[in-house]
Write a new protein. Structure first.
Lengths: 363, 295
């Protein structure tokens, strides 16, 4: 089955509650004696990451370079990671939340500010990623990858390039061949974007307006997918799918009839980042590790494995043209220019998104 | 007396009962009590819950929106249970009439699906039902064979996945063993001579079934219904993966409260409503059994 092949951090585990147990390679936070390195910290590190989201030899390379052994545990969704850390850090030193969760965790005082002096490889990061709205001045986070939500489609089954959100939100042309994301915030905000609103700071009236549009559109939608949209597209279950560019790029390698477009109204940009959570037992090692991941060669190796867009300019320069110039991995044009980062607008807004989608699904 | 021997051996009793009791209290009752406490709480900031004794979560859970989803879930679970009963009863009966050797194998076959994780089995169902899945593939093959004899319209794949029927199919598929096993246990204890007597005295097969077998097996039937209905009511993986835009069930809503919505108190209230409902059903079953025992 396709989902075994894809190298995707979101496809297999994501959204599937069964997998939400959080696989762990080694016991996290165990206090066995081990040799201490410079700075008095023991030579280990607990890394909490998405599945298949690191280079094949990256952890071993870090152990060779620094003597620090990395234990990696996996999570499938930001919510799962947040739920685990919200009850108190069980011993993780470095975590990989998406941008909106960086905001959320910073607001909840769950992050340690980074010491930029200990991360000289920050210089490798492309300038446009150095001062994002979700983390001004990169106080808490370093960018690891980025993604953008657009429309993946089957070329032979569409009349024209579906370069507007209209085709999935507000049209019966592709009735029964559309899969939308089930993520409430993304669904509402991109709908608002189609209606010409900002994705940030939506009020209840706008949320209701998008909800009503989705209720009208529901008979045309085949399913709300659990981040496995690329599998639905590849298997021919649907012909248009709202999905991340990295996910579609992977299935495009298997099927030349697939393509990806960012609608002209703009997509939603997402960035996964490296942070140090409050209560991390080995802050020094954590800085060392983050610095290591931002190295050009290391970043190149990671990108080769996971094929996601990298914000690391030095690593990107080392990659082959098939990656650097891939219009799906690195989209450009009007749609990309109109794309925005999402913002965490507080618990009330999130609850309003959630209730609107529950209502829409029940309607 | 055996009872007195037990009373004298307090130590043995404590040693036998102690560990499971400890397990039950520490890993089941205490966490459950914590979640029960949450259901009377409210969110403070992004990470904390204050248990303030509010009933606001229950009030919200009883809004028409959530009651409607609850009713729909009960309907789906009831339909699942009914289909499982109709399909499972003959299967269970057939197993009781099989030879001892065959019985073992047949029961093993019933339990075989449990050896595979539910998630994997659900993905297998997706592969079977999807537009270019095995069912449609087979149908298309047959259609084209026929098409080479008569001229037919081109084959249009059936929509088997991503709708409520697919969810129902998945739920029945998953829960059928839960129905067959208690039914089998009840039917296997049945005194065969009663069936023979009924048939000898002139009752037909159907009448014998309805007036002799079903009343005697009623406790087993009730257990089967309960043990199928309760997990079906709480299913969320199946509607998530096999369902379409309309297939949301109450457990999906609860899951979202604990994850995306980050509203544990409301999620706790919804899950406890489900739990209260389960308690009522179990109490009802106990009542029925007591009444039957009294007869």
């Amino acid at each position: 089955m396709q989902f075994e092949k894809s190298r995707n951090r979101r496809s297999i585990l994501a959204g599937l509650g069964v997998a939400a147990v959080g696989l762990s390679f080694t016991t996290v936070g165990c206090s066995e004696k081990s040799s201490t390195g410079i700075g008095g910290e023991e030579n280990k590190l607990n890394f909490y990451n998405w599945d298949t989201y690191i280079g094949e030899t990256t952890l071993a390379d870090f152990a060779k370079a620094s003597g620090v052994q990395v234990n990696m545990s996996l999570f499938a969704t930001n919510d799962e990671m947040f739920a685990k850390l919200k009850a108190g850090n069980p011993g993780f030193d470095v975590v990989v939340p998406s941008n909106e969760f960086v905001e959320r965790m910073a607001k909840a005082d769950m992050l340690i500010p980074l010491d930029h002096a200990k991360i000289p490889n920050k210089k490798n990061i492309a300038p446009e990623f150095l001062d994002p709205d979700y983390d001004p001045g990169r106080r808490y986070s370093m960018p690891y990858t980025w993604l953008v939500v657009g429309i993946g489609y089957r070329k032979s089954k569409v009349n024209t390039t579906p370069d507007s959100w209209k085709w999935v939100y507000d049209s019966d042309l592709y009735k029964g061949r559309i899969a939308m994301m089930s993520e409430s915030a993304d669904l509402i905000r991109l709908g608002a974007r189609y209606l010409g609103k900002s994705m940030i700071g939506l009020d209840q009236a706008s949320i209701d307006q998008v909800r009503d549009m989705l209720i009208r559109q529901k008979p045309n939608i085949k399913t709300f997918h659990e981040d496995n949209g690329q599998d639905l597209l590849l298997a021919g279950d649907v012909d248009l799918v709202m999905e991340y560019n990295g996910d579609i790029a992977q299935v495009m390698q298997e099927d030349a009839d697939l393509a990806f477009v960012i609608p002209k109204e703009g997509g939603l940009i997402n960035s996964d980042t490296l942070v140090i959570p409050k209560g991390a037992p080995r802050v020094d090692n954590a800085h060392k590790f983050i610095n290591f991941l931002l190295d050009a060669e290391v970043g190149k190796h990671i990108s080769e494995t996971i094929l996601y867009p990298t914000p690391n300019a030095a690593a990107k320069a080392l990659m082959p043209a098939s990656y650097r110039d891939n219009p799906v991995i690195f989209p450009s044009g009007a749609g990309m220019d109109a794309s925005q980062y999402g913002r965490f607008d507080g618990a009330e807004t999130q609850a309003a998104f959630e209730e609107a989608i529950t209502k829409m699904r029940a309607a | 007396m055996a009872g007195e021997a037990w009373r004298q051996e307090r130590g043995t009793l404590a040693a036998t009962l102690g560990p499971p009791l400890f397990w039950l209290v520490v890993f089941f009752l205490v966490p459950l009590a914590v979640v029960w406490g949450y259901s009377f709480g409210e969110n403070v900031g992004l990470t904390d819950i204050r248990i303030s004794g509010t009933f606001a979560n229950y009030a919200r859970a009883l809004e028409p929106l959530y009651l409607g989803i609850m009713a729909k879930s009960i309907g789906m679970a009831a339909l699942t249970t009914l289909i499982c009963l109709v399909v499972g009863f003959p299967v269970a009966l057939a197993i009781t009439f099989a030879s001892d050797r065959a019985k073992t194998w047949l029961l093993l076959l019933v339990m075989l699906p449990f050896w595979t994780n539910l998630l994997i089995r659900t993905y297998a169902l997706i592969a079977v039902l999807r537009t270019e899945g095995y069912v449609n593939w087979t149908l298309e093959f047959l259609w084209n064979r026929l098409g080479s004899i008569w001229s037919l319209e081109p084959f249009v794949p059936l929509n088997l996945l991503h709708n409520n029927a697919a969810v129902l199919f998945g739920l029945v598929y998953v829960h059928l063993p839960f129905m067959i096993l208690p039914l089998y246990a009840a039917l296997d204890r049945l005194d065969r001579s009663l069936i023979e007597a009924s048939l000898d005295l002139g009752a037909g097969h159907f009448r014998t079934m309805m007036q002799i077998v079903v009343p005697i097996a009623l406790p087993g039937i009730l257990s089967g219904i309960l043990i199928t209905f309760i997990p079906a009511l709480g299913a969320y993986l199946t509607p998530d993966l096999l369902g379409g835009p309309d297939s949301q069930m109450i457990a999906n809503v609860i899951e979202r409260q604990f994850k995306r919505a980050n509203d544990w108190p409301f999620g706790a209230a919804l899950s406890f409503l489900l739990l209260y409902l389960t308690f009522i059903l179990i109490a009802f079953q106990a009542l029925m059994q007591r009444r039957q025992a009294a007869q």
